[in-house]
Ligand binder design. Sequence first.
Ligand SMILES: CC(C)(COP(=O)(O)OP(=O)(O)OC[C@H]1O[C@@H](n2cnc3c(N)ncnc32)[C@H](O)[C@@H]1OP(=O)(O)O)[C@@H](O)C(=O)NCCC(=O)NCCS
Length: 157
Amino acid sequence: MVDVMLLPATSPELKARCIEIRKTVFVQEQGYVHLDEDNQPEDAGALHFLLADSANIDAGFMGTARLSARPEHTYILSRIALLPSSRGNGNGAKLIQALETWVFQQPGFHIVQLEAQEGTYGFYEKLGYTRQTPEPYIKDRKPHLLMMKDLWAQRTE
Ligand SMILES: CC(C)(COP(=O)(O)OP(=O)(O)OC[C@H]1O[C@@H](n2cnc3c(N)ncnc32)[C@H](O)[C@@H]1OP(=O)(O)O)[C@@H](O)C(=O)NCCC(=O)NCCS
């Protein structure tokens, strides 16, 4: 188990690292053809994050995700991706939890919504996300479910 650090990708260089990871995972590994890098307004308006091993930042970034603010207290979480070598040790859960902590620190925001792709529903359910669509729908040629978590309702302290 590693201690992770969430780093806002505020410079063009760091944003480029996010896109590199997204291309490795979504395009090369999963075969998606369209990414929002081609859809600049949505991607440019989002906040981008990188995940690193806080004890070994020089080893490189482990993963990425982005958040986009929406009305009604909500952030949309998307482009959640860990490089294959960083998966399966709780790092995905730590990435989501670190992003939730970030959202909860933003005044007025307490809801996280995401579109989970087929095969990951159980991952998000373990983290407290609930299904908002009864059946999967097709997005980018793959089944997805809309899921959400109210951080206020599920707070433990
Ligand atoms: C999805 C992803 C972020 C999960 O991260 P991860 O590091 O592999 O998962 P973790 O090790 O943190 O798993 C946390 C828990 O969820 C479970 N889990 C992980 N992936 C799961 C899946 N696909 N389905 C169901 N449960 C899953 C683990 O078994 C673990 O359970 P435990 O707490 O009982 O031990 C990662 O696999 C990934 O980046 N995949 C490729 C990109 C992708 O598909 N992104 C999602 C887009 S919606």
